[in-house]
Design a protein around this ligand. Structure first.
Ligand SMILES: [Zn+2]
Length: 92
């Protein structure tokens, strides 16, 4: 069985716990969805907090992430970042 990628407008995919309408109807959502027992719905914020905590402990990890981030940037984004750094931390 393959999961179809039907992107109905403004409607989220079926609940990954029960297959029901939980993401669209939190008032009647199942316990799995509400508690997110398997962290299926972990948000970017949670990811950030996790990574941030890890990076504070492990500076090698931080260096790796910064490195990968810089490599992933386009030329325009690099120029933007350079401007940002110069404006905020530059000497002149
Ligand atoms: Zn559900």
């Amino acid at each position: 069985m393959t999961e179809t990628n039907n992107a109905r407008k403004n409607e989220q995919e079926p609940c990954r716990y029960c297959g029901g309408n939980c993401p669209n109807d939190e008032d009647h959502a199942c316990d799995g969805y509400l508690g997110d027992i398997d962290s299926i719905y972990a948000t970017g914020t949670e990811l950030f907090e996790f990574l941030y905590a890890k990076c504070r402990e492990d500076h090698d990890l931080l260096a790796m992430i910064v490195d990968e981030y810089l490599v992933s940037l386009s030329d325009n984004k690099l120029i933007e970042l350079e401007d940002f750094l110069t404006n905020n931390f530059g000497d002149d």
